[in-house]
Design a protein around this ligand. Structure first.
Ligand code: HEC
Length: 122
């Protein structure tokens, strides 16, 4: 094997090595930061409830007579503490979403922040 070929081979192995190292070293995909200031009712809270709660708590016959598909209805569940109590799975509340995994921590924190900021229709 002449020098040039050997050099090329070495370079190639180094590159492959670096690629493999990079691939293994890669952190899990970066998740966007969880924003918990100025949480918007329409842009943040409603989509969370739509995705996780409307299946049972909307329409003409919501589960347990608890609708969650309007601001006024949601506000009631804020006032009686049940919205947060149920999603945070606090003692004394029925854990929601029913028979499913807990909401991701970020979503729970966003709902908490929105409530703490006054549960505004923003
Ligand atoms: C699969 C249907 C289903 C889903 C999905 C669901 N719920 Fe419920 N929810 C129920 C039922 C049924 C009850 C009544 C449970 C009981 O009283 O034992 C209930 C009760 C509640 C209560 C009253 C809890 C209490 O302690 O009195 C709240 C608040 C509530 N749900 C909010 C939510 C929220 C918020 C979500 C979404 C994160 C959600 N639910 C998702 C079916 C559901």
């Amino acid at each position: 094997m002449n020098r040039d070929k050997l050099t090329t081979l070495l370079l190639l192995s180094a590159m492959v090595g670096i690629l493999i190292f990079e691939a293994c070293n890669k952190k899990s995909p970066v998740t966007p930061d969880c924003i918990i200031t100025d949480v918007s009712f329409s842009e943040v809270i409603v989509p969370i409830l739509e995705d996780n709660c409307y299946g049972c708590h909307s329409g003409n016959n919501p589960s347990s007579g608890i609708p969650l598909d309007s601001y006024e209805a949601i506000k009631q569940q804020v006032a009686n503490q049940k919205l947060y109590g149920s999603i945070a799975r606090l003692p004394g509340y029925v854990p929601m979403p029913l028979n499913k995994d807990s909401l991701p921590k970020c979503k729970i924190n966003q709902i908490k922040a929105w409530i703490d900021e006054g549960a505004n229709n923003n």
